[in-house]
Design a protein around this ligand. Sequence first.
Ligand SMILES: [Zn+2]
Length: 204
Amino acid sequence: MPAMRTLDFLDGTTFTVSHDTCRGCFMNDHEHELPAILAPVLDDGIITVRQDAEWAVPRFMIVGIRPHLGSIGQIPLDLAHRLATVMHVVRQAMDEFPDICAVQTYQEEKLDRPHYHTWMLPLWKSTMDRHAINPRIYESSIPRYLELFEYRHRREAIERCAGRIRGFLRSSDLLRRQGFLPRTPHVESHPGSRRRGGVSVPCV
Ligand SMILES: [Zn+2]
């Protein structure tokens, strides 16, 4: 029997998968089995924006891609441009809430089977102040910050915030002009799909 591991989700849902399963590809290929709260706020068939799968920080958005590509350097340039456009608008959406004092953007390449995605983590000032959170990278207490948001107390806020961001993105003239809206058909993560939403993506 192959080695197994568990994929944990913010609402307590878990999936037991083979050890070499990529979380990004799993989420892409099992979209209908994921907690409803993770429904994308933007999905053009290649780029997805959704609440973080593990942490219950409201407005914590993950900008990901469906194809299994590991780094920004491996992504076709036109798709890299589209990613930057999406992050530009998502960051603007964060400014709707005055209590968000900054947004930390992280792009961590995992050592093992990296699947490109970027964290856009809002720093809620009231929570930061209450718990003396230091977000500076060399002395960061961001791991502690993430744990301060309990799903059972934040579920409604997460849903409300996701709805607000979805509305903001759908009303974006920039995204509409560039063809992000409406959503194009779902594509698979794995080899076989060569053309996705008007952008050519190599099979990997
Ligand atoms: Zn993957």
